[in-house]
Design a protein around this ligand. Structure first.
Ligand code: TRP
Length: 473
């Protein structure tokens, strides 16, 4: 049965595909602008700490669920513990929704490659960008190009499509990234940007910065949405999970840091503001490229690398949903891919128009379509999925079974197992509850009480487990 579902050709192929899922617009577009907005180095240091504490742990948890459950995200949870499939289901929904707006931004990237290939932009970048994104049909066409490209790769299956594409795109992305970083840090006054990015001012670390960094860790590592469960389900029993789970956050973080080094020094060198927000790579950077010698060439290299990053992520977003349709409804991969991609292409229309004709159509809790979907995924589905993942790994999944899965039945050593479990059970649940509580609008002064109550419940559950004879590991 596992052969029908597909398998990775090699562990390197798997790591590249999973890193491809993680490395995306989250690293290249969101991370630099979040760092730019949230105090530079202060944000970076919090982000790094959270990747170490949580990123690695949950990456391992998800991969283990996938390899043990040997199914899509819904089926894998259910196969391990009946009744828990709904957590996977939420993840699949989250991927579907993210995909529908992620391709809109990815479509803009395609447009910008064309722009720099044809000699760059005349006139004001702000004007150019806002005219383009609000122009109705054109941006929709670019997004649909992305949907089709993604579908063509996913159609070819796990090793023949996803793995092959990742093996070409990921190394190219890395080389292009190095070219841009070298160019950026050798510009005049680049040092100011490097300092802003890497030198933490600890006084700027506020709860807001921590929460922003925490959300970004999840988004950037594709965690809490069943992506790593789905990719993990195609793993062979011999793969060393701990090693892979370690490599992926490391690669993802290296690319996020390089993205900051590619963008912020250049922005500072030309005397521009790092706090532009989402327009940073579409408005601020084109200004940089048009002011630098051979700027168009660097523009093409930069946007091709962003495209590759985006494409390996859209592949993974689509694969999560396709694998669910294939496994649960027994549809063949081709039909499932076409079906899901068509639905996405339809959703692209209101998403893309949210920057044009539908911008003011604030029918969803005072937000337009695009903003509402971002809010729903970032603030509700993602933290809930992450929280339930921690509960599942920490309290629900039988410890012996879990340990067997992670250590390949005792063949691989993982001495940190007890520490890992305790981290997921207590720290993981606390941190995720924090994002969720503040996302649903619990006020700061009540947060301490709410978290305290949750802590009491955690301790109680821990005690109950001990009573039932579950070893405290
Ligand atoms: N991690 C991706 C990025 O950094 C975005 C993403 C979020 C994602 N959730 C996902 C990709 C699930 C694939 C699957 O851009």
């Amino acid at each position: 049965m596992s052969n029908e579902r597909g398998n990775w050709g090699s562990s390197v192929g798997f790591v590249l595909a999973a890193a491809g899922s993680a490395i995306g617009l989250g690293n290249l577009w969101k991370f630099p602008y979040l760092a730019g907005k949230n105090g530079g180095g202060a944000f970076v240091i919090v982000y790094l700490s959270l990747v170490v504490i949580l990123g690695f742990s949950l990456m391992l948890g998800e991969m283990a669920i996938g390899r043990r459950g040997k199914s899509d995200a819904y089926g894998s949870y259910n196969n391990i513990k009946k009744g828990w499939g709904f957590v996977g289901m939420m993840g699949i929904l989250c991927c579907f929704v993210i995909y529908s707006y992620y391709v809109v931004i990815a479509g803009w990237i395609v447009k910008y490659i064309g722009l720099f290939l044809s000699g760059g932009m005349d006139g004001d970048p702000v004007e150019y960008f806002s005219t383009f994104i609000s122009s109705g049909t054109t941006p929709i066409i670019y997004s649909v190009i992305m949907v089709v490209a993604t579908a063509l790769i996913v159609l070819k299956g796990v090793s023949g499509g996803i793995e092959k594409a990742s093996k070409i795109m990921m190394p190219t992305l890395f080389i292009f990234m190095l070219i841009i970083v070298v160019r950026s840090v050798t510009l005049p006054n680049a040092m100011d940007g490097i300092k802003y990015f890497l030198k933490p001012d600890f006084s700027l670390i506020t709860p807001k910065v921590i929460i922003a960094a925490l959300g970004q860790v999840f988004f950037s590592l594709s965690l809490g949405m069943g992506a790593m469960i789905t990719y993990g389900s195609y793993l062979s029993p011999e793969t060393k999970l701990v090693k892979s789970a370690f490599c992926i956050p490391v690669l993802d973080t290296i690319i996020a840091l390089l993205a900051g080094l590619a963008i912020l020094p250049a922005v500072f060198s030309f005397g521009l503001e790092p706090t532009a927000g989402p327009g940073l790579i579409f408005i601020t950077l084109p200004k940089v490229f048009s002011a630098m010698p051979f700027g168009n060439i660097f523009g093409v290299i930069f946007f091709v690398l962003v495209l590759f990053a985006a494409l390996t992520s859209t592949i993974s977003l689509l694969e999560v949903v396709v694998s669910f349709v294939v496994d649960q409804f027994k549809l063949d991969r081709k039909k499932a891919t076409v079906l899901v991609s068509t639905l996405i292409a339809l959703l692209v229309i209101p998403n893309s128009n949210s920057f044009g004709s539908m911008a003011e159509l604030k029918v969803f809790f005072g937000m337009n379509f695009f903003d509402f979907l971002c809010y729903l995924t970032d603030n509700i589905l993602l933290p809930t999925g992450g929280l339930l993942l921690c509960v599942f790994v920490g309290f629900i999944w039988d410890k012996e079974d879990l340990k067997n899965e992670i250590t390949n039945h005792g063949e691989v050593k993982f001495e940190m197992f007890p520490l890992w479990i305790v981290g997921v059970k207590y720290l993981g649940i606390q941190l995720l509850s924090l994002i969720l509580l503040q996302a649903v609008g619990v006020q700061d002064q009540f947060l301490v009480y709410a978290l305290g109550t949750i802590f009491a419940v955690q301790i109680l559950c821990g005690r109950l487990e001990a009573k039932r004879g579950v070893k405290a590991v």
